[in-house]
Design a protein around this ligand. Structure first.
Ligand code: EPU
Length: 419
């Protein structure tokens, strides 16, 4: 079991280039199944979740080769339609392979994706949408067996009860080769949905309205391969900015997606950090001490404040002047990192979906365990700002979403090592 050892108290200073987006790469890798040819994906981050997606592709007969941050996926030789339970359990986003497999072959066998680190994450919306698109779904000994009636799903009008990112992606993946028109009302508007649609359009798909809450897709009989660059990771960006805000210093993020990061940047700016952007560069200089954020920080679907940035910002605000209040509206159980932050000296009270963060003078190092991906990143932020040494275990959670995080922190002058 590896761990990170972090020596706190050093200011961060320097420039880093943002990695490609994890939450775009995973659905785009699934989408590569649909084109039935070779696709080249650039800016694909080297992450354990990306490798888990490539194992799924391999197991259904696709080839997936990595060279640096370029992935070449050839789905010409797709031969299977069943994703074994152990691969489904490796990561939650394995469920988006359902829409892609249905779109390509009209059938698939999957199971409920693994884990429950953020609370219950049902797939009821995914299944209800597939059924409405003419897919027969039955449970066979824990496996979800899906089959379209005529080998091809049927376009239809769908209204989501909540703008679920995964359900929107699954519907898009199934609809791009379905018969006729599919309309998704109350669709998720996250930038990663637009990135997926950008990839699919490059493969010949007919999709309109992504980025808004009504997406219209006209099914095509055949898609083709393409060469596509994945968008930068806005949550990794939020993490490195939060680290610098917490530890003090100055950072330039290059190749960042500035408009997509605005909901986060607008809140971070209220802490007193100076933030400027030009083109795809973001510059941040921290003040001498951070200020608490006076408005309640409510996580909401995009373009609201992103739930994935809640933990890292909380780590920074733990040692700000004043009290900040968070309200987590997306997941039921996304405050598991607070226990570790409290162990490091933070004063945080969790009351249901609200967390009250009373800024303390200084955090101190502690031995803590990463609870989930973003919670683990928050512990690194807090450890860099703290006095003394911290050991963070269970870092396999962090490896799922941050490419060479220790190299990035070291390049900024922070002290972190993997042991
Ligand atoms: N939900 C249902 N039923 C469904 C689907 C979702 O009740 O059928 C609920 C979930 O339980 C949750 C809420 O709806 O409470 C939002 O879930 P959503 O489907 O939008 O999230 P997701 O697709 O499972 C993606 C990201 C998450 C990110 C969320 C919200 C990927 C691979 N994952 O998850 O990213 O937090 O959208 O923006 O894209 C992360 O990167 O750390 C991460 C957790």
């Amino acid at each position: 079991m590896q761990k990170f050892i972090v020596e706190g108290g050093r200011k961060l200073r320097g420039e880093i280039t943002l990695q490609g987006s994890k939450n775009s790469s995973l659905p785009i890798m699934a989408a590569a199944i649909l084109c039935g040819e070779e696709c080249t994906l650039r800016n694909c981050p080297a992450l354990t979740d990306v490798y888990a997606a490539s194992r799924i592709l391999n197991c259904v007969g696709c080839r997936c080769m990595f060279s640096g941050n370029t992935a070449v996926i050839d789905s010409t030789s797709l031969s299977g339609t069943e994703i074994p339970e152990e691969l489904m359990h490796e990561m939650r986003s394995s469920i988006i392979f359902m829409g892609a497999m249905l779109g390509r072959t009209g059938e698939c066998t999957v199971s409920v994706p693994g884990g429950c680190e953020l609370g219950p994450r049902p797939i009821d919306m995914h299944l209800a949408a597939m059924k409405k698109m003419g897919v027969d779904i039955r449970d066979s000994g824990g496996q979800i067996v899906c089959r379209t009636r005529k080998g091809r799903a049927k376009g239809t009008k769908l209204s989501l009860s909540f703008p679920s990112v995964g359900a929107t992606e699954n519907i898009i993946l199934c609809a791009v080769t379905a018969e006729g028109e599919t309309v998704i009302n109350n669709a998720a508007r996250e930038p990663e949905i637009c990135d997926l649609c950008g990839f699919l359009r490059a493969c010949g798909a007919d999709i309109k309205g992504d980025g808004g809450s009504r997406i219209v897709i006209n099914g095509r009989e055949q898609l083709h391969g393409c060469d596509y660059a994945i968008m930068p990771d806005r949550i990794a960006g939020a993490t490195y900015l939060s680290m610098t805000a917490a530890a003090g210093g100055e950072i330039i993020l290059t190749e960042a997606c500035v408009p997509e990061m605005e909901p986060f940047l607008n809140v971070l700016e209220q802490t007193g950090c100076s933030i400027y952007s030009r083109g795809s560069r973001i510059y941040l200089r921290s003040g001498s001490r951070l200020r608490a954020v006076s408005d309640r920080i409510r996580t909401m679907p995009h373009p609201g404040f992103p739930t994935d940035a809640q933990a890292v910002l909380m780590a920074a605000l733990a040692a700000a002047d004043g009290t900040s209040v968070f309200e987590e509206n997306i997941f039921d159980c996304r405050y598991r990192h607070t226990e570790a932050l409290v162990k490091m000296g933070a004063d945080i009270q969790v009351l249901g979906k609200v967390a009250i963060v009373r800024g303390v003078q200084r955090l101190h190092g502690a031995n803590v365990e990463a609870t989930d991906l973003r919670g683990g990143a928050a512990m690194i932020c807090a450890a860099l700002a703290a006095e003394g040494t911290s050991e963070i275990t269970r870092i396999e959670h962090i490896n799922r979403g941050y490419e060479k995080i220790e190299d990035a922190v070291t390049a900024l002058g922070g002290s972190i090592r993997r042991a």
